[in-house]
Design a protein around this ligand. Structure first.
Ligand code: PGA
Length: 251
């Protein structure tokens, strides 16, 4: 299968200071400097650090993303951030439906679709996250649960302007990673469902893997045919680890 791109996306979550964010961004830029064109490196800092990070990444090949956006463009939504604000600040991507938001902010797939639609309206590429819990996997429902999440989290009219990320909830921050065969099987399933939903060709649907990706295991994940890249949490906060993952994508 022809891979269009290898994405390496760092999700910094709620970590760091403005100064640490600037330093980390500069290190990521350095690690990405020689990367071939098919490698797309993106960092998603906490929203308040986005301007500083965009500033630090000017004239580099690293792009910036938000960690979430609201479905509406503006209004009385205290504490939220709108897609056009992210776009104006210099973001090109936004993560939507991360499992931590589904879990702690009780976001539904329908809300995730509305957020992804807002992102697309404003020229941002939504990275739409899906993934089963351990209980769902153990009861043999992983494919069904993830398939439903894909169907409902994709906005109507989504074409080639979205990326999906398979992040099993039990693999996030746990050091546990599914077997390569399980990742491939799920990514294949996600591509089939997303293709049927959007009318896009199956091999044009981009699915990233996320959950305990480190420099040491990134190559064996990135070489899988159905994997278009990785979404990295913890290891993206460590410049050397994240640099190792960028190097694996570039190899
Ligand atoms: P992790 O997180 O790499 O720390 O497991 C991944 C994610 O939540 O995107």
């Amino acid at each position: 299968m022809h891979k269009i791109k290898s994405w390496v996306i760092g999700n910094w979550k709620m970590n760091g200071t403005a100064e640490a964010a600037r330093i980390l961004a500069a290190s990521v830029a350095k690690a990405s400097a020689g990367a071939p064109g098919h490698v797309a490196v993106v960092v998603c800092p906490p929203a308040i650090f986005i301007p500083a990070v965009c500033d630090a990444l000017q004239h580099t090949n690293v792009q910036v993303g938000g960690q979430d956006c609201h479905a509406e463009d503006s209004g009385a939504f205290t504490g939220n951030i709108a897609a056009p604000m992210l776009a104006q600040a210099g973001c090109a991507y936004v993560i939507t439906g991360h499992s931590e938001r589904r879990q702690f902010q009780h976001e539904t797939s329908e809300e995730v679709a509305a957020k992804a639609f807002a992102a697309i309206r404003h020229g941002l590429v939504p990275v739409i996250c899906v993934g089963e819990t351990l209980k769902e996997r153990e009861s043999g429902k992983a494919m069904e649960v993830v398939g439903q999440q894909v169907l409902k989290s994709l906005p109507d009219g989504a074409k080639d302007d979205f990326i999906l990320a398979y992040e099993p909830v039990w693999a996030i921050g746990s050091g546990l990673v599914p077997r390569p065969v399980d990742i491939s099987q799920m990514h294949h399933h996600i591509r089939q469902v997303a293709s049927a939903r959007t009318g896009r060709k199956e091999n044009e649907i981009q699915v990233l893997y996320g959950g305990s990706v480190k420099a040491a295991n990134s190559r064996e994940i990135l070489v899988l045919d159905d994997v278009a890249g990785v979404l990295v949490g913890g290891a993206s906060l460590n410049a050397a680890e994240f640099g190792g993952i960028i190097a694996a994508a570039a190899a």
